[in-house]
Design a protein around this ligand. Structure first.
Ligand code: TRP
Length: 463
């Protein structure tokens, strides 16, 4: 691009050297934590959590999901943070810069690819939230759906044009935030939004609890059917959901960690983010499942669950229209902050490795993920005939990306921090005191995570 590159010196082959001097950083400690919460909290907590829990028996799933967050999620999140913060570089260079083995760069690339695939269909679902916001605001949903929310949803997603249009709106708004940069765009955006969304979901949960038949929903969500624990599919689903909701395994946390200042305490940040994210999902479950049973809906109806159940609540609750607007605008924005984290991954790689500008990287990657997501957007209408063992395009990609690719990414993080680094390197990168906490963390990364992830894969394959 620039003439300066003509005089490249051999030392530039070291990826760290290619990093621009002025690497961006978070403005404040709270900014880092809030941006990471913005990455974690999104459609995964409401849309994905409710439908995957619904399909996998509710409480049994919840139990394993929470276990996965505690045992695998928090240690791996801290692992990703440290790799990025240590290297102060993009996702691919980060893996190369702290060991001599170039093969680790492949791990970085795999996760960058995962971030693009995830964003391709994430933008489609976020588009549904935007559409519902527009629908409520203009009164179209309340007037035309006439209480038949499933029909309304089905007609919308089957349209050959509308889902793609909303997907495009999401991609463009994501690009706008990414172009604005780390502090002005990503950080500022998350600060006000997250608390507001939390408050709205709490009110909805309160209303859900007041519905007739709420107790059935609570039983479904909190009283495990122990027989379900014998099914490997439940573990597989819980593992995928834990990784998806925390944002592990696609280099997003690594990239955000790379913008963290040296003194930032990473372990408390990881715990805060994981706890907040889990609480958020559980409260969303309390809002959704009582309503599912109160309105006689099927908890296992799949990706449409939240988009059919919540409108039912809004239609009977006092001030429902207002809440519907607040809810969908916040859900759309929460999805946007997560989408931003996914787009930032590949943009950071392009900016530092090809010296592209932020704008150019965001626009090019936005076009790529938009094009890649079109089949997912059309998978409920024009392309509904394309199914893989009974699942449509979007669901199939989601299952493979979150159930398989993200856990593989997590496995690589665990192996990298646990084994490619020395104990001192790892503890130092995490900023932990050398004591029992650090030992427990490394034990989880070295032995527990790889074994558990491998076990769940093997059980699914041969169980
Ligand atoms: N965690 C987000 C959600 O729950 C989605 C997300 C953002 C993500 N960044 C990620 C998922 C990185 C996997 C990897 O909606």
């Amino acid at each position: 691009m620039s003439g300066a590159k003509v005089h490249r010196e051999p030392v530039e082959r070291d990826p760290v050297q290619r990093e621009p001097v002025e690497r961006e950083h978070w403005n404040s400690r709270a900014g880092f934590v809030l941006a990471t919460i913005g990455c974690a909290a999104g459609l995964g907590n409401i849309w994905r959590f409710s439908y995957v829990a619904g399909e996998n028996g509710g409480a049994a799933f919840l139990l394993i999901y929470v276990a996965c967050i505690a045992v695998l999620g928090v240690p791996l999140m801290l692992g990703e943070f440290c790799i990025g913060r240590r290297a102060q570089a993009d996702a691919v260079s980060s893996f190369g810069s702290v060991t001599r083995h170039s093969a680790w760069g492949v791990a970085g690339w795999l996760m960058v690819a995962a971030s693009c695939v995830l964003l391709s269909y994430y933008a489609v679902i976020a588009g549904w939230a935007y559409k519902y916001f527009a629908g409520y605001l203009s009164g179209v949903i309340t007037d035309t759906a006439g209480g038949k929310f499933a029909d309304y949803f089905n007609a919308f997603v089957a349209d050959p044009f509308e889902p793609v249009l909303w997907q495009l709106v999401v991609v463009v708004s994501t690009e706008v935030v990414v172009v604005a940069g780390v502090q002005r765009g990503i950080e500022r955006f998350n600060k006000i939004l997250m608390p507001l969304l939390g408050a709205t979901v709490i009110v909805l949960a309160g209303y859900g609890l007041s519905l007739d038949g709420a107790s059935k929903g609570l039983t479904f969500l909190f009283r495990p059917d122990w027989a379900a624990l014998a099914d490997p599919a439940v573990y597989f689903a819980a593992l995928g959901q834990a990784f998806f909701t925390l944002g592990i395994g696609a280099d997003a946390l690594l990239t955000y960690g790379s913008y963290a200042p040296k003194g930032e305490k990473l372990a408390p940040a990881a715990i805060t983010v994981a706890a907040g994210d889990t609480l958020f999902a559980v409260i969303a479950g309390v809002a959704i499942f009582p309503a599912v049973f109160a309105f006689g809906l099927d908890p296992a109806q799949g990706p449409m669950l939240a988009f059919v159940t919540l409108p039912e609540i809004f239609s009977v609750m006092p001030g429902g229209w207002l809440f519907a607007n607040a809810f969908f605008v916040l859900l759309g924005l929460a999805a946007l902050t997560s989408a931003v984290s996914l787009l930032e991954v590949s943009c950071a790689v392009l900016m530092s490795r090809l010296q592209w500008s932020r704008r150019k990287s965001a626009i090019v990657m936005g076009c790529v993920v938009f094009a890649a997501g079109v089949p997912s957007a059309l998978g409920f209408g024009l392309l509904a005939g394309i199914q893989f063992s009974g699942l449509g395009i979007l669901e199939s990609i989601d299952r493979i990306a979150s159930g398989i690719v993200l856990p593989i990414g997590g496995l690589l993080i665990a192996l990298f921090v646990g084994w490619a680094w020395s104990r001192t390197d790892a503890i130092d990168a995490a900023g932990l005191p050398d004591g029992s906490l650090a030992s427990a963390w490394l034990f989880l990364l070295r032995y527990v995570s790889p074994c558990l992830i491998a076990l769940i894969f093997l059980w699914l394959l041969f169980g």
